[in-house]
Structure formats: C-alpha cells, structure tokens
Unconditional design. Sequence first.
Length: 128
Amino acid sequence: MNLGNSLFQARKKCGLSQEDVAEKLGVSRQTVSKWETDETIPDIRQTKKMAVLYNVSLDELIEFDIDVKEIQEAIDKTSEKTEEKIDWTNAWGKKYPILLNQFNELDAMLVLKDILYNVWKNRKTKSK
C-alpha cells in the first residue's frame, strides 16, 4: 500500500473529512488531497500530527492496512475459547502463502502458531 492510500484509509477510519484534517493541521483541503493522491508527501511533522489525529502510531500510519487493522480488532474481541479453535496455519497461509511454501506443513504450522501466539499474547497483555 502506498502512503497516500494509507493516509486516506486512516482518515476514513476516523470518520474525518479532508476539510476536518486540513483545519486541524493548518493546511488547505487541497494539500490533504494531494497527500492522499501521492501528488506530494507531508513532511515528518505533519505526518506525526496526523498519526496523533488518527490515533495510530507513526509506523502504523505509514503502513496503515485497513484489512489488518480490522482483523486485529476482531481478534481482540475474540474469546480465548474461540481462539483455541482457529486453524492459524490455514488462516495465515492464505494471507502469506510463501510461508507454507518455505516450510513443510508441520514446520509452517509451528512457526506460525508460535509467532501468532506471541503477538496475540503481547497485545492482550497491553490492552489490559
């Protein structure tokens, strides 16, 4: 995903218009539009302000992926009992087929489960 699309998706996710963002950042609506269409790029100070405005980290804003964000929100709302029933190898193998091609099925399953478990556990701990 390119930066402009990331900025657009993050803004839309927050329910803000280009005018809203422009007003809060002290720029014109056309400037926000140019950022979102990759005609120009915001400077680092403006990007940091947008990250705060959109309630995401700077890294998240630069690499904003609406699908991943929505998936993470769904995972956060999922009970531990349901989590245990998910076939993580199959789920992540569809999104990242290269992982399944690099390892045999058992290795891929173990690697993915370990990675996902640690990510999930860290996020659950941080959210409490």
